[in-house]
Design a protein around this ligand. Sequence first.
Ligand SMILES: *[C@@H]1O[C@H](CO)[C@@H](O)[C@H](O)[C@H]1NC(C)=O
Ligand SMILES: *[C@@H]1O[C@H](CO)[C@@H](O)[C@H](O)[C@H]1NC(C)=O
Length: 216
Amino acid sequence: MGTTTVKLFLMALAIFCGAAIATDPDMLQDVCVADLASDIKVNGFPCKATFNATDFSSGALAKPGLTNNTMGSLVTPANVQQIPGLNTLGVSLSRIDYAPGGLNPPHTHPRATEIVFVLEGQLDVGFMTTANVLVSKTIKQGEIFVFPKGLVHFQKNSGMGQAAVIAAFNSQLPGTQSIAAMLFASKPSVADDVLAKAFQIDYYEVEEIRKKLTPK
Ligand SMILES: *[C@@H]1O[C@H](CO)[C@@H](O)[C@H](O)[C@H]1NC(C)=O
Ligand SMILES: *[C@@H]1O[C@H](CO)[C@@H](O)[C@H](O)[C@H]1NC(C)=O
């Protein structure tokens, strides 16, 4: 093969491999209903010996979640931890409810792209690229918005009443890192000097934020 052919081949291989690992790994059998109680640790969960329709269903998203909390929003998950049948299938859902002014604060899903569909109300939503560009929009009932895998994003209820969305993910367990809580309410704590320097604030300000974000 000439050098150009080799280069093209390597490029194609890189693209193919990239595509193959861009989401949860593909399944190797019809079903692998998660045995959530197993002590065995694998990438995902080991399969239960017996299962039935209950393992593939959930009523978790049927009713609005309570939004009377500090942020005025609640995420109700429907992933492999609630629906064991999702194990190895590479998809999951959430429902998010928002009080008027409620915020689902900036966070990231390390393992999934998210697509939200507005059930009711109006939301200001956005994500930030790695070049620190904000991509944002107001979306209303019946509309859709996409948050690319791994990018930090948020949604805020900007309507007069309650708002709610259904969120879909291309992972059985997308994972969530909420930026403020992750930095200021981790256990053990991130050192004050790290946060003070990173945010260009004083130590007492770090403590103030910590106090407000640490769950009581
Ligand atoms: C499925 O099995 C569980 C016990 O493992 C049982 O409680 C449940 O009623 C069964 N559901 C159906 C739909 O058969
Ligand atoms: C939210 O409302 C529910 C039901 O109305 C109540 O049980 C709960 O204690 C409230 N939570 C807070 C944090 O106020």
